[in-house]
Design a protein around this ligand. Sequence first.
Ligand SMILES: [Zn+2]
Length: 169
Amino acid sequence: MLRPIVRLGDPVLQQPAATVTVFDAELDRLIDDMIETMYAAPGIGLAAPQIGVPQRVCVIDLSIGKQGGELITLINPEFLAREGMQLEDEGCLSVPGFNATVARPGRVTVRAADRTGQTRVIEATGLLARACQHEIDHLEGRLFLDRLRGLKRDMITRRIRKLQRTGKW
Ligand SMILES: [Zn+2]
């Protein structure tokens, strides 16, 4: 089922998400809905808070479903390592229409459970490393805008406030 994606301004995007403790049919449904919603958007990643569910679940697929086997589901993810630096353009389905260059580590090691509850370790570089960090940020209540320097962030925030005032957000 497609779920509406919440936008910047919804408090659920700014609160830390809760650890998943039960791996059941309800969690399966949530993950399936997240995958469907991510592909439809279309986007390469989606975190549960973005559909209003404050739980530590995110999905990533750099191929947006065009290639089998690229889908990654991260439940209760945590970083084991973060190294290097990359500087790339980044956007977010909850901040549509706005992009900015964000500095992030270039290589990460993430430990997370899959939907069956089995723990996996994923090593990622480049765009996948960036996507992991972007989505895990969502689980901490953080948006890519929070990683920008003041001036750029203020400019985007001002423009979004204006859209909100005129009912276009
Ligand atoms: Zn995002």
